[in-house]
Design a protein around this ligand. Sequence first.
Ligand SMILES: [Zn+2]
Ligand SMILES: [Zn+2]
Length: 263
Amino acid sequence: MNILKIIVLGSGSIIPTKYRFSTSFLIEYSMGRILLDIGPGTIEKLRRMNVHPNSIDRLFITHFHLDHTLDLPALIKIRMFNELGGANKNPRILDVYGPTGLMSFIDKLSSINGVYGYLSEMMRNLDFLRIHEIGGGLVEDLKNLKVYAASVEHYNGLAYRLEVDSVTIAYSGDSTYDERMIKLAESVDILIHECSFPKELLLGKHTSDEELVEIGRRTKPKLLVVNHLYPAWEGREEELEDKLRKDTGCRVYVVKDMDVIYV
Ligand SMILES: [Zn+2]
Ligand SMILES: [Zn+2]
């Protein structure tokens, strides 16, 4: 039997703390490797995990904030080379999924007049990026991988639900308390949800611990994985985990960077 592996590459915000930095998760399953978001530090964390970026098959982007996307240009550039640093004549296709605006986002990075315009010619010749600008509903249906998406309240944000091998995983990206997320995540095996701030310090379009209790109670995941912690949580992780466990009745795991979850 295949074991599904979830590697926490980034579990924090844009502000680095002792154990956390910007968001990314790697899922290894029977058919390949999937990245959820690609914040700064993702490539370095892959290196530390001995995973070459050229081995990633699919990337699901929740939204375009830089703590979720900054390593994308690096991933594109790396893809142009083989593992010995020579030209990659036949790069593996990289499927990139994301909300409306994904095409123009990548275009602004790598078209001839883009920020990294020097990549454009090589990319045109190689043509290895497959860009999927998606809305809600079923967005991918492959052997051992079905993916659903839903809009959530966070700057054109998407959340995902993946049915991967026989495991269901929902991933909030950044979001407020949102009914659409709750519907998407109903009865999943694993819910990866942000919990940026304690209730009394909640800022912006994010989720607090109090709100996450309600989300956990309503969606009833077998495991609640808590991420996107701002520095306000530093040193309070155990308290957060205990509270969520007690108040939701779920198994709860407040993750830090480089944690590995075997399913
Ligand atoms: Zn954000
Ligand atoms: Zn974020």
